[in-house]
Design a protein around this ligand. Structure first.
Ligand SMILES: [Zn+2]
Length: 105
């Protein structure tokens, strides 16, 4: 395939294409068994995921996830961007790239 239409399979299955794109993709789909197979597989997967959403998680899994959440530490805050840039800046760079400040703290 060289027309790139195979990249639209996911969007097609999710009904996220415009009417023009859908028409073009469906024309392609009639002659492309690879894309037809992928569309079928994605539709099956989406249907299975929809069925899973109706089931409650097994109690041990739910308990493990909930207890693990309390142990999660948030990532430390990033230093201001201009500090990062300053730390990596080349000697001849005099301005901060993010805020155009003449002098860096
Ligand atoms: Zn195709």
């Amino acid at each position: 395939m060289t027309d790139g239409l195979n990249t639209l399979v996911g969007a097609y299955v999710l009904d996220a294409l415009s009417s023009v794109e859908t028409e073009r993709f469906e024309r392609h789909l009639r002659g492309c068994p690879d894309c037809a197979r992928e569309v079928g597989g994605l539709r099956d997967t989406a249907a299975q995921l929809g069925q899973l959403a109706d089931r409650p998680a097994p109690a041990p899994l739910r308990a493990a996830v909930l207890s693990g959440i309390s142990a999660v530490q948030p990532h430390p805050a990033h230093p201001p961007l201009h500090r990062l840039i300053r730390a990596q800046a080349w000697p001849w760079q005099a301005r901060c790239w993010c805020c155009s400040a003449d002098s860096l703290p």
